[in-house]
Structures are given as C-alpha cells and as structure tokens.
Design a protein around this ligand. Structure first.
Ligand code: GTP
Ligand code: MG
Length: 471
C-alpha cells in the first residue's frame, strides 16, 4: 500500500527525514521524523537510496571512509516524493569494510521538489553536519533519535524562513554575457550545429532567448547582446535580466587586448549585482576565439594566466571555471557547455561515482555518458590525458556510430573499435525517454563485451533514478 502525506490544507513545504543504514540483513530504515510514512514506504526509500552506494568498489576497504560523502536528489515516483539524500559511512569495526553504508534523506512532496533544488547548498550543510555526528562508532539509539529530531527541527525552521514557490518543473535560466563582438551568438549557433546561420550573424539587439531540452528538463538560454547601450540597460534593470540566474557564461575575445579593461569592468558590475541579490550561480569563463591555428606561445600563456588571476580576484564566493573556446573547434564548445550544465546538476558526484564503479568492473581507463547532442553528462578517467583523449574523440565515435547505424551496418546498439593497444566500446541505450550513449575506453581487455553485458543492467538500474533528477 502506498501512503502519502496530505499537505493539501497547508501552503508550506513539509519535510520528512529518514535515516537508513545498511545492516547485516540489508537496508534498514532506522528512524523517520515526523513519523508519518508507512513501514513499507520507508523500506522503499532505504533500499533505493542505499543501493546506489553499494558498489563494493565505492566503499569497501575502510580507507574509503572519508571519501564517501555524496549528495543526490532522488525521485520516489511511487510515493510521490523527492528526496535530497546524503550518503555516508558509519564506523563499525564488526562490519565488512569496517563501515556501514548509510543515508539521510530529506523528503518533500514531488510538487515541492523545487525547494530542494533551490536550497541544495544550505540543506546539504545541515544534513552533512548531522551525518558527521552519526558517523562515530557506537552512537546510541537515543542519541540517533535526538540528532534526527534536531535536524528535522532545523529544516522546519529553515523552511519557515525561506519562501519557495511551487513550480512543477525547474526552469533553468542560463545567461551568455560579454562585450559586443565577443562571440556569444556564434558560440550558441555553433554549439547547436546551426552552421547555416553562422555566416550571417549580426550584433544581437537586446536579448535573444531560446529554449533547449536536456534530459527532459527545459533550459532557457539568454543571449545578452553586448553593445554598450544594452549593457547599461541590463545593469539598470538587473532584477528583470539578471535575477534568478542559474548559470552564467562569460565571454572574452582573447584577441581583443584593447578591451580587456572594459570587459573586467562589465564583469565586475555583473558580479556585484549577483552578490547584492545574494545569488551565486556557477560561472564559466570562455576565453573565446582561441582558434586551433593560434600558436601556443609563451606570451599567450602568460596572457591567459593574467586574465585568470584577474577574473578569480573578482569572483570571491563564486565557483568559476575557465575554458579556451573557438567556433572552429567543436570539442571546445561542447566541453565548456557540458561543464556548465554539470555544475547545475545536484547529482554530479554520485553520477561520477556510478561511472567509476562501472569502469572498475570493466577495467576501463575512461567512461563517458553522452546524450543525443554529445553533451557529456558525466565522465570518469584514470588521468588527465585519458580524459582529454576520450572527451575529444567521443563525438567522433558517436558520429561514426550513427552513420553506420543509419546504413544498417550496426544493428545491435553496440560497436567495438580496436586500436593499437586500446579499444573503444560504444553503446547506445534508452532510459525512459532519453537516448543515451556510453563510451568505454580500455586497454586490450579480454571479453569486454561479456563483462559489459554482465554489469550493464545494474548500472542502468542505478542511473535510472539519478537521470530523472539530473537537473
Ligand atoms: N576567429 C573567430 N571568430 C569568431 C569566433 N566566434 C565568433 N567569431 C566572430 O566574432 C564576431 C562576433 O560574433 P558574435 O557571435 O556576433 O558576437 P556577440 O558576442 O554575439 O556580439 P553581440 O551580439 O554584439 O553582443 C563575428 O564576426 C564572428 O564570426 C571564434 O571562435 N573564432
Ligand atoms: Mg550576439
């Protein structure tokens, strides 16, 4: 029987907290505050949340103790609940690996899940602080009860302080900003492969909005024309244009040294406004027009270092990433855009852990999960070089795969490329309505196909939940 809470008479978000621990007999829901979810449903939550951690590779052996701390937002559609879950380990000398896997889930009604996304950071801190106290060996049953009750109280207090509107789906606002002529519109057109529109680009008049879909989530791209008259208007009417930005791409034309100062000034103003709003979206800085034929001189390197330093100085409190991009290098566009989207995902780390687990089963050097438009949803690699090789080559393998599939030369959703000392196994699969691709790079691993078949169902099962709440 599925029992759900009745919130209809209330306007406010209500939350429930469940602590689950992996005991000898399996996942056990230890305590639920307030006590309003049925035993059966608690069990579902315990099983689903803990099973994501149960890749032996992820936590066995004790020495993983401090590295196992993941957050994720998980859907429980049958229960009409969504949970922010913290995965951690509780010390226990008698357990396998000297630790027991555990999760704390903060559950809200599905239609209130927006609250979790909007407040992930603050809520995560509360969960992590409680988990830290629970992680010691031999915490008594009473103490556990007190800790979870006090967490529930903290969360309720927080909820009453913040006002989060009900939104059925999270609408993400992504800004593309920079001086006029820095290449924002070209970047977007090239990224979305609108090549025919690349040659007729004019300066953007005001704002051009377009919508894209990533794994069923709507993302609104705001291309903010960068001529001076428009910039003034964005700053003046910041609450219209800059408020509630989820992600910001900032462009700087790397060849236009004369306008660096002007660009810093604009960037500084934008950052100042976001701070005043108390909003700290992730920022991706694209050093743009870094075309492949520009030689990688020491002068250029010095110039980039100087720019990075300057941008970093400006951005205290923000998470900021740098990329070199050019419309003539598809990989560079895809990489910076993917990192931006990844930065939005509450499930980024737990996703990477799943890929790492699968890679360990296949003895793989790298694994990449791509969507239909070559967006890198998650990746794992043993080192930086391998990461680069797999990321640069992935869209090419994807193209080859599609071409051969179109001509019916591939019929099994799988292709294997053999190179000198390495192999690439490429797989296509569907998960709900999403068409996904998995690239696996290995040394000449024997029976790679068999191994893949053996572990793939479990991998698929695990990411199925995570994908639904990817953004
Ligand atoms: N060499 C080179 N030129 C580029 C690149 N990206 C854009 N451009 C050129 O830069 C000029 C300006 O590009 P836009 O995309 O219009 O720049 P924008 O930032 O949208 O400009 P506004 O709309 O006025 O803010 C165009 O002539 C583009 O062809 C690039 O990666 N390399
Ligand atoms: Mg433009």
């Amino acid at each position: 029987m599925v029992e759900t809470k009745d919130f209809s008479s209330k306007n406010e978000t209500s939350s429930t907290i469940i602590l689950s621990v992996f005991e000898k007999e399996g996942p056990v829901p230890k305590i639920c505050v307030p006590d309003i979810i049925s035993e059966d449903n608690r069990m579902i939550i315990a099983m689903k949340s803990i099973s994501l951690l149960m890749g032996e590779q992820i936590y066995q052996g004790g020495n993983f103790f401090d590295s196992v701390k993941y957050f994720g937002i998980l859907p429980f559609p049958d229960l009409e609940l969504t949970g922010l879950t913290y995965f951690f380990l509780i010390k226990d000398e008698s357990a396998r690996g000297k630790a027991k896997a555990a999760t704390i889930s903060l559950l809200v009604e599905d239609k209130r899940s927006y609250f979790l996304y909007e407040n992930t950071k603050q809520l995560s801190i509360m969960l992590a602080e409680t988990a830290k106290l629970l992680a010691y060996e031999g915490v008594s049953h009473e103490e556990i009860g007190d800790l979870i009750n006090s967490l529930a109280q903290k969360v309720e207090n927080y909820i009453s302080e913040v006002n989060t509107p009900i939104e059925l789906s999270r609408k993400l606002k992504v800004l593309f900003v920079g001086l006029g002529n820095s290449g924002k519109t070209s970047y977007l057109r090239a990224l979305h492969e609108k090549f025919s529109e690349l040659t007729e680009i004019r300066p953007t008049k005001g704002i051009e909005r377009s919508e894209i879909n990533v794994l069923g989530h709507q993302i609104m791209d705001w291309d903010l024309g960068g001529q001076e008259k428009y910039r003034r208007s964005y700053i003046k009417n910041a609450d219209l244009y800059l408020y509630d930005t989820n992600l910001l791409f900032y462009f700087i034309d790397i060849r236009d040294d004369n306008r660096f100062e002007e660009s810093f000034e604009y960037f500084g103003k934008l950052i100042g406004i976001l701070r005043a709003f108390n909003q700290y979206p992730p920022i991706i800085i694209n050093f743009h027009k870094m075309d492949p034929d520009i030689s990688d001189t020491p002068e250029l390197k010095a110039k980039l270092e100087k720019l990075k330093k300057k941008f970093t100085e400006f951005s205290t409190g923000f998470t900021i990433h740098f990329f070199n991009t050019s419309i003539f290098e598809a990989y560079s566009l895809n990489k910076s855009f993917s990192e931006g989207i990844n930065a939005l995902s509450p499930n980024k780390e737990i996703f990477a852990a799943q890929l790492q687990w699968f890679a360990s089963k296949l003895n793989a050097q790298a694994m990449l999960l791509l969507n239909e438009s070559s967006l890198i949803l998650s990746d794992y690699a043993i080192d930086k070089d391998i990461e680069l090789v797999s990321e640069i080559s992935a869209p090419h393998f994807q193209n080859l795969f599609r071409t051969f599939t179109d001509f019916k030369l591939i019929t099994k959703n799988q292709a294997l490329w053999q190179m000198e000392n390495s192999m690439v196994l490429f797989n296509h699969f569907n998960l709900d309505d999403n068409s996904l691709y998995l690239l696996t790079l290995t040394n000449n691993e024997e029976n790679i196909r068999k191994k893949f078949e053996r572990h793939f169902p479990k991998f698929k099962e695990r990411i199925k939940l995570l994908i639904q709440t990817y953004l």
